[in-house]
Design a protein. Structure first.
Length: 373
C-alpha cells in the first residue's frame, strides 16, 4: 500500500494557520525547494501520521487536520481523515471505495464496521485515543493495511549520525518493536545476517561498491576503543587494499550514513513487505559522485520492489541527476506550502524536456509555476 495523496492544515482560520495543499504522490518522489519552503515540515507531517496510526505517539497536538488517500496493491483506495484539536481527536473517518467503515466525532461517539457482525456498531471512545490504532484482524481487518503501512514507515534524517554513535549489547534480544528505529542499525544488521545469512552481507557490500566504496567484508565484533562492564558489539568494515578492519567510530560520517541507509533498506526490502522510506536531505555529507550514485541506487531498488520512496533535497547536483517525473517542487505561500509535480503539472513538465536546459533550471527559473492549473 502506498500513500497516494495528502492534504494537511493546522490552526485553520487563525493567524498562524499553515497548510500543505492537496498533493499527489508517486512510488518515487523527490521533494525539492528552497530553505524554509516546507520540505522538512512535509517530511514530519507524513512521519507523524504514521506514528499516530501505529500508536507510537498519542494525538497530543494542538492542531492537526489530515486528509489522505492510500492505494492498495489491488488498486482499492482507502480515504482516511483525522482532525486533532487541543490534544483531542475531533474527527476520525475511514472510507473504502465510498463505503464508510469508521466515523467518529469530537464527543468520542461513533460507528465502526465489524466483520463478524457484518454491520456498523456504535462505540464511545476517550477523546485522547484514536480508533485506527486498534489491532483486531478478526473484527477490523480493514485496519490491517493501515497498521502495516504505519509500522513499516522508516524515516532517515541523512544529516544525522544514523546510528554511528550507537553500539549493540551482545545479548540484546532482537525484537521487532525497535527494528524501525534508525539508530538501531547494528540490531538490523545482526537480524539481517541471522535471517538471510551471507546473502545479506553480500548485498550490502555490492551496494556500497555501486556508490564508490569498495568494501571487502563487513561484520560485528567487540569495539576496540570502548571499555564497558557489559558485552558490546560494533560494526567493522574492511576496505579493499586496507589491512585492518575499521571500527564504525572511525568511519567517515558520509560513508557511515550511506552504509547505515543501505543496511536498513536491504533488510526491509528482503522482508518483501510494502513499506514507505522517507529520507530528508538525501546525500548530505557525501561528495557529488557518491551522492548521485546513492540516489540512483535507491530509485532502482524502489522501482524493483513495493517500496515507496520519498526523498527531500535542495542540492542542485542531486536535482540534476533525478528525472523530473519524480520531482515534487514545494513552494512557500503566505499560510503554507503547495507542491508542483508531474501529477498536477504534466504538460509543463513534459514541455521542459525539449528546452535543452538542466533540471535545476526548471526549479531556479520557476518554469514549474506555469503548469499548475
Amino acid at each position: 500500500m502506498v500513500l497516494e495523496s495528502i492534504k494537511y492544515v493546522q490552526f485553520k482560520g487563525a493567524k498562524n494557520e499553515w497548510s500543505l495543499a492537496h498533493t499527489n504522490l508517486g512510488q518515487i518522489n523527490l521533494v525539492v525547494g528552497q530553505n524554509a519552503s516546507g520540505k522538512t515540515r512535509t517530511v514530519n507531517i507524513i512521519s507523524n501520521l504514521a506514528k499516530l496510526i501505529s500508536g507510537k505517539i498519542k494525538p497530543s497536538f494542538l492542531s492537526s487536520d489530515y486528509s489522505v488517500i492510500f492505494r492498495q496493491e489491488n488498486g482499492v483506495k482507502i480515504k482516511y481523515n483525522l482532525v486533532i484539536s487541543n490534544k483531542e481527536v475531533y474527527k476520525e473517518e475511514l472510507i473504502i471505495e465510498d463505503k464508510v467503515f469508521l466515523k467518529r466525532g469530537k464527543d468520542g461517539k461513533g460507528k465502526i464496521y465489524t466483520s463478524q457482525l457484518k454491520k456498523m456498531v456504535d462505540f464511545k471512545s476517550p477523546n485522547t485515543e484514536m480508533i485506527s490504532t486498534r489491532h483486531d484482524s478478526l473484527q477490523y481487518p480493514f485496519l490491517v493495511d493501515l497498521h502495516t503501512w504505519s509500522s513499516n514507515m522508516n524515516v532517515y534524517l541523512f544529516g544525522t549520525p544514523l546510528g554511528q554513535n550507537t553500539l549493540l549489547i551482545s545479548d540484546d534480544k532482537l525484537n521487532d518493536q525497535k527494528i524501525n528505529e534508525v539508530e538501531n542499525v547494528l540490531r538490523i544488521f545482526k537480524k539481517g545476517k541471522e535471517e538471510y545469512g551471507i546473502k545479506f552481507s553480500r548485498r550490502v557490500i555490492k551496494d556500497m561498491e555501486a556508490i564508490g566504496y569498495k568494501i571487502k567484508s563487513i561484520d560485528l565484533d567487540k569495539p576496540n576503543n570502548v571499555v564497558a562492564n557489559i558485552g558490546l558489539l560494533a560494526l567493522y568494515v574492511q576496505e579493499q587494499g586496507v589491512g585492518e578492519s575499521i571500527n564504525q567510530m572511525d568511519i567517515s560520517q558520509g560513508m557511515f550514513r550511506a552504509l547505515s541507509l543501505i543496511i536498513q533498506i536491504n533488510y526491509f526490502s528482503l522482508l518483501s513487505k510494502s513499506s514507505c522510506i522517507v529520507i530528508d536531505d538525501i546525500g548530505e555529507g557525501l561528495d557529488f559522485e557518491r551522492s548521485t550514485k546513492l540516489i540512483q541506487l535507491l530509485i532502482k531498488k524502489a522501482e524493483e520492489s513495493s517500496v515507496q520512496l520519498i526523498m527531500s533535497t535542495n542540492d542542485r547536483f542531486v536535482m540534476n541527476n533525478v528525472p523530473l517525473k519524480y520531482w515534487s517542487i514545494i513552494q512557500r505561500e503566505s499560510k503554507g506550502s503547495k507542491i508542483y509535480n508531474y501529477q498536477n503539472s504534466k504538460k509543463i513538465f513534459d514541455e521542459f524536456e525539449f528546452t535543452g536546459l538542466n533540471n535545476f533550471d526548471f526549479f531556479a527559473k520557476k518554469f514549474f509555476e506555469k503548469g499548475l492549473n
